[in-house]
Design a protein around this ligand. Sequence first.
Ligand code: 9WO
Length: 256
Amino acid sequence: MLRFDVITLFPEMFAAVTECGISRRALERGLWRLECWNPRQWAENAYGSVDDRPFGGGPGMVMQARPLEAAIGAAKEARGGAGRVIYLSPQGQPLGHAKVAELAAGDGAILLCGRYEGIDERVIARCVDQEVSLGDFVLSGGEIAALALIDACVRQLPGALNDEASAAEDSFVEGLLDCPHYTRPEVYEGMPVPDVLLSGHHENIRRWRLKQSLLRTRERRPELFAKWLAQRAGSARGLSKEETQLLREIEADSNK
Ligand code: 9WO
């Protein structure tokens, strides 16, 4: 079963996934589980401190190795001695759908959340299997990144979404951005919903949505579009007739 063990000084933050929305429902359905491990429990002094001043000087504090490693050890033991350790940091490899899908299909991971200016590098050397980043920005700690990772994985689990929705239809599963969405009213502040969506013609609607996805991806994320094209054109099945036709239309439209 998918299981996340989180090493964190702020276990209460993880109520965001255990108490809310799709991830809460999936937890109640027994589709995944979460355990938090607070390094403070393994603090080396009576004050319960787990940070200290950085060697070499400079501002701020660094999380000490021993309490972190003890917490990781406890988490590993609870997982039967196994479990890869992922450290969430801006220095990591960028997270994408492929990694999310791989994690969701496996048994999860131990997620190490840093605070302050970071963690002692020797913990990374000794314990961390993968360092993962959500993007080029700095948070106050790894927790919000870990929450995002957990949420992304849990919604991939079969049975997590209600049957009207399917993670297989998500943006990125096909390597393209999502199409636009509309709901009532039909006209909002003078802006109508595209006619095709009111037509009831399911084939035309599907085609329009695919075209919008292609348009948006090409416009907003050219590198993603190039990757999609290369992957499609290079694969055994190649581009479908419809995809080829839509790409021609897009090309023609952009030259108008
Ligand atoms: C804080 C800081 C303060 C003064 C000068 C330099 C500094 N660097 C940092 C810092 O990088 N703190 C990190 C906070 C330490 C590791 C955990 N933290 C974290 C993880 N911030 N942002 C992330 C993160 C994780 C995944 N994807 C994007 C951001």
